[in-house]
Ligand binder design. Structure first.
Ligand code: RRO
Length: 308
């Protein structure tokens, strides 16, 4: 089965890749992604200075999903700018994830990272885990200001990683705003921010930062992710390329994302839990589902979810 796909004119040899944050902070991790069958290499979201992140424990996996409050541990944007040309030698697209601790950081990082010529740049407006800093993506005006400052610095396809929205009015407001910002693709969704997981036996939270609050991922967020993929797919009339992220544990989950409108799939929790071997498993499973349903490619079934 052909699982290649295209996002904003860039061809990916396979549709599965890591979500920013999952096994992609260090050079070693990024090179391992390069050697794997992942369809792309996505970097950890980067800040101006290198960061060690929040205190541990800061990731916890449980049967229904995961909670994290990593706090943007990363090498700093200069290190990733140096690494990108080397990562491109693996012959698959490199997606650089740009973050920032202030509005000013975003254009600074974007300019240098763009000069390193990754294949695409994803602007992360949705980190839920920096104490005292709200997610930019929940404020349409701030989002628009940041995106309009970043846009002129970027010549490769530029996407936005958004948090989940829970009301059609918010899809409407954000979709309208994004339509003014020259966005080439969307990545939906980041973790469901500020959840709380409790261990009833120990009577404790399970991660240390922010009193145990953190971003939820994995199985339990799939319906939220699918709803956001579908809502933005419809808002943009199927013309906005979408990377579907959230709750993909199997090829069948990926198929659901594609039916809703995703052109490619990112995996976080299942990659952290299973390691790089998850990629051949997901490819085999999705290939089998597509064949069973009578499709020959991702493009064949993208967005074709039937409504009742
Ligand atoms: O590093 C993190 O704590 C983190 C980030 Br930047 C993000 O975008 N999403 C997430 O779940 N964790």
């Amino acid at each position: 089965m052909n699982l290649s796909t295209t996002i904003a004119g860039v061809t990916f040899p396979g549709c599965f890749m890591n979500a920013a944050g999952a096994l992609c902070v260090t050079r070693e991790e990024l090179e391992a992604l390069g050697r794997s069958v992942a369809g792309a290499i996505v970097t950890k979201s980067m800040t101006i200075e290198a960061r060690t992140g929040n205190p541990e424990p800061r990731y916890y996996g449980f049967p229904e999903g995961s909670i994290n409050s990593m706090g943007l541990p990363n090498l700093g944007y200069r290190a990733y700018a140096e690494l990108i040309p080397q990562l491109k030698r693996f012959g698959k697209p490199v997606i650089a994830s740009v973050a920032g601790l202030s509005e000013e950081d975003f254009p600074t990082i974007a300019e240098t990272i763009n000069a390193a010529q990754p294949d695409l740049i994803e602007v992360n407006l949705s980190c839920p885990n920096i104490p005292g800093k709200p997610q930019i993506g929940y404020d349409a005006d701030t989002s628009e200001r940041v995106l309009k400052r970043v846009r002129p610095k970027i010549t490769v396809p530029m996407g936005v990683k958004l948090p989940p929205y829970f009301d059609p009015a918010h899809h409407q407001v954000m979709g309208t705003m994004l339509g003014r910002c020259g966005i080439d693709f969307l990545n939906l969704i980041n973790s469901v921010g500020n959840g709380l997981v409790v261990d009833p036996e120990r009577e404790t939270v399970v991660i240390k930062p922010k009193g145990g609050f953190g971003g939820l991922g994995g199985r339990l967020i799939k319906p939220v992710a699918l709803a956001n993929v579908r809502a933005f797919y419809k808002f943009f009339g199927g013309k906005m390329p979408i990377i579907g992220t959230g709750g993909v544990m199997s090829g069948s989950d990926a198929f659901e994302h594609i039916l809703c409108g995703a052109s490619a799939i990112q995996v976080g929790t299942v990659l952290v839990e299973e390691g790089l071997e998850v990629f051949p498993r997901l490819e085999a499973e999705l290939g089998a589902v597509l064949a069973r349903q009578g499709y020959r490619s991702i493009q064949d079934c993208r967005g074709r979810l039937k409504e009742l």
